[in-house]
Write a protein that binds this ligand. Structure first.
Ligand SMILES: Cc1ncc(COP(=O)(O)O)c(C=O)c1O
Length: 390
């Protein structure tokens, strides 16, 4: 283990805070380090492993496709890509066309470009606390200045308004607004779900003003919140849907799904070398099959409700709020979370933060009740401790 860590520390870009153990294997919601210690993964690789790690159906599809055809530019039609286009759009009535890319930020980047192309307008209105990625266009929509400041000047004509506040949005949207870009549940920003009445009003405002509605479901997609996509909780349809993370069962892939309002997308105006490659498409076909066969959205809904109820019942004095939908869970503390996340990790539970005071849990949707109970018991133990940030 020491050797792995030393090599990485020596060669690291410096952009990541490295842990002091190396993970070498995963199965379902479990991860193992190089010394054979088991962890319960409540991070899913930042919301990727909705199906759990090393799902056999994804592994088999990847192996089969890798020995058939790995790469193919999207100008050439392909059996796996065509199958995926059909499967994916069948899940999103009203969004019939797809652009494939390789990550979340690329899907947001593309959606912003498509919004400007479709409307001939430039303005992008996003939300305070929003996170949309780190390439320049997506970063310009991201709120937290810790991600933005070092890279200014960013792309012009972006603005940010308070989330869940329709009056603020009404003031910001005008006849120069190309799109409103929102997460249906703000993830990085602290696990804040949109109010149902807000979402309905946002859709109505966009219809009234000709601005397009882009829903960033990079983190909330594919069952994470108890529906295949979180916007489906709200009875609205966005003009564009950005997805990535768990789309291909852990293999890198992103996509933008588009409705009828998206136009002027002519050959060459945008594209991606790896986008829609047969290997990622085969993995995604297998992953979507598992999500439907195992009804992962339903599992997420039921397990998430169970988890939140049990945490609330503990009545822990340190807990300010328990939020979220499905297995997208935020536990806001009255104190900084860093030492608590460290204490969880020392007890073999891997968790994330969202901002300074919220523990964010994004476990694989296949996590067992036994594992959930172990996480709850460990949280009860750790959150009863008096820990201070270093
Ligand atoms: C809502 C949202 N949008 C975009 C991104 C960026 O995705 P990626 O890291 O794949 O570029 C993330 C990543 O966490 C996200 O949560």
């Amino acid at each position: 283990m020491q050797n792995i860590i030393e090599i990485e520390n020596h060669h690291t870009s410096g952009l990541y805070t490295k842990q002091n153990f190396a993970i070498v294997r995963g199965q379902g919601a479990s991860l193992w380090d190089s010394d054979g210690n088991e962890y319960i993964d409540c991070s899913s690789g930042h919301g990727v492993a909705n199906l759990g790690h090393a799902h056999p159906k994804v592994a088999e599809a990847v192996y089969k496709q890798a020995s058939t055809l790995i790469t193919l530019f999207e100008t050439f039609p392909n059996d796996q890509r065509a199958a995926l286009m059909e499967k994916l759009t069948a899940l999103t009535p009203g969004l019939e066309r797809v652009f494939f890319c390789n990550s979340g930020t690329e899907s947001v980047e593309a959606a912003i470009k498509f919004a400007r192309l479709s409307t001939g307008r430039r303005g992008i209105v996003a939300a305070m606390r929003g996170f949309h990625g780190r390439t320049m266009g997506a970063l310009s929509a991201t709120w937290n200045k810790k991600y933005r400041e070092a890279f200014e000047p960013l792309v012009p004509d972006y603005s940010h308004v308070a989330y869940n506040n329709i009056e603020a949005l009404e003031k910001a949207v005008n006849d120069q607004t190309a799109a409103v870009l929102l997460e249906p549940v703000q993830g990085e920003g602290g696990v804040y779900p949109a109010d149902p009445s807000y979402m309905e009003s946002v859709r109505e405002l966009c219809d009234r003003t000709g601005a397009l509605l882009i829903m960033d479901e990079v983190q909330t997609g594919f069952g994470r919140t108890g529906m295949m996509f979180a916007y489906q909780h709200y009875g609205i349809t966005p003009d564009m849907l950005c997805v990535a993370k768990s789309l291909a069962g852990g293999v890198p892939m992103g996509a933008v799904l588009m409705g009828e309002a998206i136009k002027n997308l002519a050959p060459g105006l945008h594209g991606s070398t790896f986008g829609g490659n047969p290997l990622s498409c085969a993995a995604a076909n297998a992953a979507l099959g598992v999500m439907l066969d195992e009804n992962l959205p339903r599992q997420s809904l039921v397990k998430g409700a169970y988890f939140r109820d049990r945490i609330r019942e503990l009545n822990l004095p340190i807990v300010r709020d328990v939020r979220g939908i499905g297995l997208m869970i935020g536990i806001e503390l009255k104190k900084k979370v860093a030492p608590y996340i460290k204490a969880l990790q020392e007890r073999n539970i891997i968790a994330l933060n969202a901002g300074l005071t919220t523990i964010r849990l994004l476990p694989p949707l296949v996590i067992t009740y036994e594992q959930l109970d172990q996480v709850i018991d460990t949280l009860a133990e750790v959150l009863a401790m008096e820990l201070v940030a270093e």
